[in-house]
Design a protein around this ligand. Structure first.
Ligand SMILES: [Zn+2]
Length: 102
């Protein structure tokens, strides 16, 4: 077993510190890249139909906003909206969907 001289220990400490600093910088770069990618994806896909890529048209009905595709007529809901919709009375639900059929 070889004992490290104090200076070697110091070198190791600084090398490790330098490594951790560089590592942190790289991880920060990766995070920024991921954020940029996410932003780009959002700009590209926002209000586009997940199936055919055409524009969605938002319909406001009472407290619910339903997005409907202008091309394939698919209907998309935001988070929480499905729960709201299943709680609607049949009459209200019929009126909501009658908006689409005109
Ligand atoms: Zn579509």
């Amino acid at each position: 077993m070889t004992l490290m001289k104090p200076s070697e220990k110091e070198d190791e400490y600084f090398a490790r510190e330098m490594f951790e600093k560089k590592q942190k910088i790289e991880q920060e770069k990766q995070k920024q890249l991921a954020d940029a990618e996410r932003q780009k994806a959002k700009e590209l896909h926002f209000m586009k139909c997940p199936k055919c890529g055409m524009n969605l048209v938002e319909i406001d009905y009472k407290t619910i906003k339903v997005d409907r595709c202008s091309a394939c007529e698919g209907v998309w809901l935001d988070t929480g909206e499905l729960t709201q919709i299943v709680k609607l009375e049949k009459g209200t639900l019929d009126r909501l969907f009658s908006v689409f059929s005109k």
